[in-house]
Design a protein around this ligand. Structure first.
Ligand SMILES: NC(=O)c1ccc[n+]([C@@H]2O[C@H](COP(=O)([O-])OP(=O)(O)OC[C@H]3O[C@@H](n4cnc5c(N)ncnc54)[C@H](OP(=O)(O)O)[C@@H]3O)[C@@H](O)[C@H]2O)c1
Length: 345
């Protein structure tokens, strides 16, 4: 792990959507990181200078490229950040191309956070390509990637016994990016919400199953059934307006999604995710029934977009120094703030 000040880590940002733009701004503001390129598939963004699109007043000469291959051929970088899609089928080829060009990769693709059970073939392929190129790939984020998986795993450290784990995330989604509020159905009628969820036009939260699988693998819980219950709409009992939408009484504020892991019919892990406009109070809570019993509540919750970006920035030095292969958050050294870590030539 580098500790002395030398060179910044050179970063390519892939995906310049809602989150990609914030990640880009945050990279530019961090002294130990250097943004060398931004790539996005959208034709509307091609060749545009990022300083014209970023909300922050930022001085950068970087323009958006639409052809990843030519960027990889012409740019010397250490790592790529991939923020394009929740689907591993979609991000897989992009990640493999980056690994093949000698870059480590961090992605916030939810399905990458623990891909071994849902997408074993893709996981095996990513692991093989990473090892062939002596590089590392990790899926991270605030959730999945931290609050509902790594955090409860770490909290079991002092437990002599663990009987059950319950994690609740109760979030006011009015403070989240518009693409998040859209995917949880804010402003839809209940009927539109059901139809959009059933047709896969909105996804709700993605990652509960991956988080339970990661906890199971980390603690050898021997779960024999992992189930994600259908998302439930949370309905407004009065009209509310936020910066994203006006929600009429009876329409959808957001959703509740629950994932459970069972052993012989007994519920061992429960993840309860609730995100809706004007939810109060906000908190993230882990309750471990065991010896000792542990109850940890983060009052106010962790703001998800800031937290996701923090996870990415902080993981850059850790992933660059990690041994090759496909890794998950339970496999790598403890995440921590790394703003004072530099690359050693
Ligand atoms: N793990 C976590 O905690 C966490 C947290 C936050 C977000 N996420 C996930 O991160 C992803 C990005 O979020 P977002 O809100 O920024 O989404 P977004 O606003 O839809 O942005 C995605 C951007 O990537 C572009 N893109 C798609 N495929 C591409 C490719 N192959 N190469 C280059 N660019 C490509 C899209 O272009 P087009 O519009 O032309 O398709 C779009 O500009 C989402 O799937 C989200 O669920 C995970």
């Amino acid at each position: 792990m580098p500790t002395s000040k030398s060179q910044p880590f050179r970063v390519i940002q892939i995906g310049f959507g809602s989150l990609g733009q914030h990640i880009t701004s945050s990279i530019l503001k961090r002294d130990n990181l250097e943004l060398v390129s931004v790539v996005d598939a959208s034709p509307e963004l091609a060749n545009k200078p990022i300083r014209e699109l970023l909300q922050d007043d930022i001085d950068s000469d970087v323009t958006i490229a639409d052809d990843l291959s030519s960027v990889l051929d012409s740019t010397k970088a250490d790592i790529a950040i991939v923020a394009t899609s929740s689907s591993l089928e979609v991000v897989g080829p992009t990640i493999e191309e980056c690994l093949g060009s000698g870059l480590d990769v961090i992605s916030i693709c939810e399905e990458l956070s623990f891909p071994y059970q849902k997408k074993p073939g893709l996981a095996e392929s990513l692991n093989r390509v990473a090892k062939q190129n002596s590089k590392t790939v990790v899926g991270t984020g605030i959730n999945p990637g931290y609050l509902m998986d790594l955090l409860p795993i770490v909290l079991t450290g002092p437990c002599q016994n663990v009987d059950t784990i319950r994690v609740t995330r109760h979030m006011n989604s009015s403070h989240r990016r518009p693409s998040f509020q859209k995917k949880i159905g804010t402003g839809m009628t209940n009927q539109e919400f059901r139809k959009n969820i059933d047709e896969g036009k909105i996804t709700g939260h993605v990652g509960l199953v991956e988080s339970i699988q990661m906890i199971d693998a980390a603690l050898n819980l021997d779960l024999d059934e992992i189930e994600e219950l259908p998302p439930e709409a949370i309905i407004a009992d009065s009209k509310i307006t936020n910066s994203f939408a006006t929600v009429e009484k009876g329409d959808v504020l957001g959703l509740k999604s629950v994932g459970v892991g069972r052993r012989k019919g007994e519920e061992i892990v429960t993840l309860d995710f609730q995100a809706y406009a004007e939810a109060t109070p906000q908190y993230d809570e882990v309750i471990i029934e065991g010896l000792p019993r542990i109850q940890q509540r983060i009052e106010g919750g962790v703001q998800g977009d800031h937290g996701t970006i923090g996870m990415i920035l902080n993981l850059i030095p850790i992933v660059i120094n990690e041994s090759p292969g496909l890794k998950t958050m339970k496999d790598i050294p403890v995440p921590r703030n790394t703003m004072r870590f530099w690359k050693e030539e």
